[in-house]
Structures are given as C-alpha cells and as structure tokens.
Design a protein around this ligand. Sequence first.
Ligand code: ADP
Length: 492
Amino acid sequence: MALVNALPSDFSDGDLPKVPADAPAAGPRVWGEAGTGRVVIVSNRVPSPSEQGATAGGLAVALADATTKGSMWFGWSGRRVEETSEEASIVLSEAGVTFATIDIAERDYQRFYNGFSNGALWPLLHYRTGLLRFNRPDYQAYRTVNRAFARALLPLLRPDDLIWIHDYQLMPLGMELRALGVENRIGFFLHVPFVPPSFLQVLPPADELVAALSACDVIGFQTAADADMFLQNVTESLGVQPQRDGRYPYHGREVAVISTPIGIDAMKFVKLAERAALTPEAARLQESLSGRKLVLGVDRLDYSKGLPQRFDAYGRLLYAYPQHRRAVNFLQIAARSRQEVGSYQSLRRELDRRAGDINGEFSDFDWVPLRYMTHPVNRNALAGFYRRANIGLVTPLRDGMNLVAKEYIAAQDPEDPGVLVLSRFAGAADELTEALVVNPVDADEVAAAIHQGLVMSLEERRARHEALFRKVCHTTARRFCETFLAHLRVQP
Ligand code: ADP
C-alpha cells in the first residue's frame, strides 16, 4: 500500500530548530513524552480535513485514523502551479490537527511524481524491473521536490517535534532536513515492499538513496522480510554491517531498522459495514445479484495488484468448476490511478480485453459473470459490498501490506462470514494466515481456492474469520502509529 488516492499539502523557511537545552548529556533520552512535543507527519499527499474519508488511500486512511490532537500533517496540496510555493498554507481542523500544505510546480511534479516516484521507484520496489523507466532529469526533480519540502517544513518545526516521514516519494527528505541543520528525531516508514541488493542496484542512485535514508533515526517497514532486505542493502551500498537487532552506525548516529505492520481502525470499520449493509447501494447490489454468490475484488488499478492474473483465475473457475456458472458473480472495482503513466494505460486496455474475453465466453442472456468498473466507490458503499461478498479476492503480485484484506475481514458478519483468498506476496499474508493463501500467478490454484471458499462449511468459515478478525483488531492503525512512535521517541 501507499499514499495514493488521498488529498492536499505544504512548504516554507526560517530559523534552525534547536535541540532542547534540557537534553541529558548521556543515556537514553525520551522525546515527545507525556504530551510534550508534536508528532509531525510528512507525506506526499495530505488529506485535507474535509477530504478525509470518502476516497482516501491506504496510508491516508490509516494515519487519519490515528492522527491525534496537536499533531501536524505536512505535504503536497494536490495543486500543480507555475512555481512551487515557498510557504505552507495552514489549516487547523476541528479535531485540532494542523494541516500544512504546499503547491508544486507542474514541471517538477511530472518528473518527481510520474517520472521518478511512479515510473522508477514504484516498479522497482514491487520487483518489476522490466517496467522501470529511469532518467537523470526525473531523479533531479525528485531531489528538488524533496529539498523544497525540507525548506518549507523547516520554519514550522519546533525543537521537540518528532518528525515522521512517509513513503517512497520522500526517501531523501530526512537527509535534506539534516543538511538544513535539523537535529530532531526523524523517522521514516516505507509503505511499499523493499527489494534485495540485486534488484535495488538496478537503480543508478541506489547507494545515494540508502545513504539518504540513513540520515533518519528510525526506518520502518511493513514486514520483517522487508526490513531484512533493507539491511542487506546497507551492507551492499554503505559497506556497514548492521547489528543483529537491526541497528547500525552512520555519520555519528545510530540508525534503528524496525518492522511494524500497518492496520485499520477495525471497530470503526465494523460499525461502518453494519450500517453500510442498509445503504441504497448495498440494496441495489443485493437486488442485482438475484441470490447469486458474490466474489469481490477492490483495488486501485495498478499492475502490482495482479488483476490480469485474477481475471484469468476467475475464467479458470468457470471453466473447471461448472457448478458455479450462473451461480456466482465477480465484481472487480479497480479505481483508476496514475493514468498519466504509460504502464497504467496499457494495464487498463489489457483488463478491458480480458474482461471481454471472459464475458464473451461464459455470459448468458440473463447472466454476466464479470462486472468490472474503474471508478472509485465511496467507503460507506464499499463496506457494504465487502459484507455482502462471499469471497474477498486480494491477489497482488506484490504489496506492502494491502489494507483491503483487513477491511474485508472487519466488514464480515461474524455469524455468516465470507472467505478471504489472499496472495502470499501481500504483506498482510504474514499475519492473516487463516485466509486461503495462494500464489497469484497460478490461475488453477487461485480458482481452486475460490471454489474451496464458495463451498466451505459455515463452521470452518466462522473459525477462520474469528482468528483473522482477532488479528485485524490487534494490529490496528493506532497500534501501528504507537509502535513506530515508541521507537522514534527513545534516543539511545
Ligand atoms: P494501495 O495503498 O496500494 O492502494 P491498500 O489495499 O493498502 O492499497 O489500500 C487501499 C485503500 O484504498 C483501502 O483503504 C481501500 O478501501 C481503498 N481503495 C482501494 N481500492 C479502492 C476502490 N476501487 N474504490 C474505493 N476505495 C478503494
């Protein structure tokens, strides 16, 4: 997952923040304790107070669920303008959160966002080196925008703020802040997977990025495997051998590498799903199914999500298990994203073609097996759709976490729950082991899992759901934030 569908942002300049005078000379120091010191979240997109909710992406949703009074959220406004703003626009939300955003120059945005972030880093970090497009001007713009973020954030910082940077668009930001003299504790969390050195080294500035991240005090990943791969890159790129606990020295500081899975506000989602089942959208969906079972996929339209392979697997289900023909509907909601990037346009055409093939092959005059839509659905309706779905199909080829998997579990009726079919390559598969875990490239295996879910006894569905729901309630968005911030607060 990554902060993608969300919303607005910031920038500015001023005096250098100072380390608090009462900092002890030696021994562990705890920052931001007992209500002192703000948490300053920095992400590419910032959900404006009014925009939170309806269309926000994974990170936006998780952080919005966990953002508390007194914190500040800094990032891009979503506006592309002639010149990048030098000062942030500031809005205080009703909940007491300060939103500080800047506008970015169109010429930088294209290269920073579509170019380096989503044309090079995103495919690389999802193991798709064949889709990676690298050029120097894009990388320079990436560095320029990160520098602009640092300059705009600097005057807003207070000496005891904890700075928490999010995701692959902002890997050099910690280093840029240090270059401006910022001595605050800085944390970075990567919401997408990480790759071993043999992949990262394909990117020409690989070593520079590992060094830039090492300006942070804490670097967090979704899974232990991702953290371990980053540590391998520390050795490869920096020639430093980390300790077994994931710490390593760099430029006079000690960097801590940790893993902590992101989650959702499970109980809030349960309530949303209970209410959503009564919405007009849920009623329309129910009516349209005419009593048939529902297989549901909900994703951003992205090549990491394994959508062509998922369509193929559904085709295999109808072919190999004919008892499900006319008895099941597959609804794929694949919200359009990053449409300016070429690989996303070709993915869309590919899906159009495969959906046409399946419907052409199996449709009847009164039954269309696959419904595929590319506009987003609001969260209320979505929660109701999850609850109605007999199968939640979450089969990415690679995913940092995949919050949809957790939302699907939280939305189920515990008395009559649906079954989650989950890719072993989603970060969520580390935790959600009671799902039907599949290899997403194996159409026969995925088809067999959908079949197994469709015919599974109520007793087994309840047992699996109970175990999964407990986990989703345990690793919530709030716990994710608390765990990361607990690491960030303690200075060795
Ligand atoms: P990613 O961050 O890569 O988009 P995640 O599964 O981690 O993937 O998070 C996606 C978030 O966006 C979830 O909160 C989900 O509800 C929401 N979302 C994903 N796809 C859609 C869609 N098609 N329509 C509406 N919301 C969506």
